[in-house]
Design a protein. Structure first.
Length: 383
């Protein structure tokens, strides 16, 4: 600290621009962190004596992605993995060790990662690019011009999508649905759990063009007693629960709170269908129209921005189908930045937990209207 202070004082006395070059050591003073700086870039609980991180025990979406990539790479030698200084966070460290000649960490250079993937795809390989949602934004130009415009089969593994919790406001992955679904030829998927994630990556690798799969930093397990996801048919949704009064189309991991909300609603005499869209683009218009006509009310639920998100896609589809009498309630992230906090607490504040979804539906159907404490993510409109 004395050296730093001396350098600052010298800089203050200098005339003209001054640059202080301070060479730091990540984790200095704590041996486990100095020896493994990447692991300690962002940590949860760990044993101070050893530095070993305490695992919660449940497999995450990311760990399912790791398992899929290992299995798929053994079966198809065209598959390569690319990341931008996120090997640990995206779960690709095991892949790098098993397939060192098929793994590329380009450093903090997301734009290069995408253009590099485009080059490999044009040469016949099947690149999977794993980058956090918030950092993929940096490479939007490359996604559009180098991948999508060429129609190249690059698969984007969009980790940390939605609400990320303790990583803070800069890491909230709430913009990807909006910025990916508007790109021509881009397929956008969101899995309800880890098993469905694996099925979606299989579909993406078989697809002949660009595709993106978004998933949160969360447990990849679904609730007990729910049947495993069946075979995924391209562009088709999954009906998780049928209903007659209203229908909730819940994107990705929002399926589970929506399903619990439907159970709460059943105790209030409201029959609520729950649909897992699977594909944000192309949207399953047939299933959407079926439930719009049969229930007269569609509720969309997404852990992403309402502006330009899945709810907007639903409104567009219903408008094109001429269903102007269908009421649409959109639940998601309002037009504001999301702050720091535990994921479940932030989701609750946004009205995206089971209670918040149930309250929004009750309000929309006229039950206990005005008595709900659901968060600010509610927007009601008609298509």
């Amino acid at each position: 600290m004395r050296a730093v202070r001396r350098a600052i004082e010298d800089a203050r006395r200098a005339r003209g621009p001054v640059m202080i070059h301070a060479i730091t050591r990540k984790g200095k003073g704590y041996a486990p962190a100095e020896q493994n700086p990447a692991m300690f870039h962002g940590t949860g609980p760990f044993a101070v004596e050893t530095g070993i991180q305490v695992s919660g025990g449940q497999p995450t979406f990311t760990s399912y992605f790791t398992e899929f990539m290992m299995r798929a790479a053994r079966e198809d030698d065209r598959i390569v993995a690319i990341t931008a200084a996120m090997a640990e966070g995206t779960g690709l460290r095991s892949f790098a060790e098993a397939f060192p000649n098929r793994f590329y960490d380009v450093g903090i250079a997301e734009q290069h990662a995408i253009t590099f993937a485009a080059g490999l795809a044009s040469a016949g390989l099947r690149p999977v690019v794993a980058i956090y949602s918030t950092f993929l934004q940096r490479a939007y130009d490359q996604i559009v011009h180098d991948v999508a415009l060429q129609g190249l089969p690059v698969v984007f593994a969009v980790d940390r999508a939605g609400i990320v919790g303790e990583d803070g406001a800069t890491h909230q992955g709430v913009f990807d649905l909006g910025y990916m679904r508007q790109i021509p030829g881009m397929v956008v998927m969101a899995p309800r759990d880890g098993l469905e994630l694996c099925s979606m990556f299989a579909v993406a690798l078989e697809h002949g063009g660009p595709s993106a799969i978004r998933y949160p930093k969360a447990s990849g397990l679904g609730p007990d007693g729910v049947r495993p996801a069946g075979r995924i048919h391209f562009g088709r949704a999954e009906v998780v629960r049928d209903g007659t009064d209203c229908s909730v189309f819940a994107v990705g991991s929002m399926v589970w709170p929506a399903l619990e909300a439907s159970r709460i609603l059943s105790t209030r005499g409201v029959s609520c269908a729950v649909v897992n869209p699977r594909f944000v683009k192309p949207i399953d218009v047939d299933t959407l129209i079926h439930y719009a006509k049969n229930t007269g009310m569609v509720i969309t639920c997404e852990d992403s921005c309402l502006v330009g998100g899945f709810g907007s896609a639903v409104l567009e589809s219903l408008s094109e189908a001429g269903l102007s009498d269908v009421r649409v309630v959109r639940l998601g992230v309002p037009d504001d930045f999301v702050g720091h906090g535990k994921r479940d607490i932030v989701l609750s504040d946004l009205g995206l937990d089971a209670k918040g979804i149930a309250d929004a539906v009750l309000r929309a159907v006229g039950v206990d209207e005005g008595k709900s404490s659901a968060g600010g993510g509610l927007y009601v409109s008609t298509s």
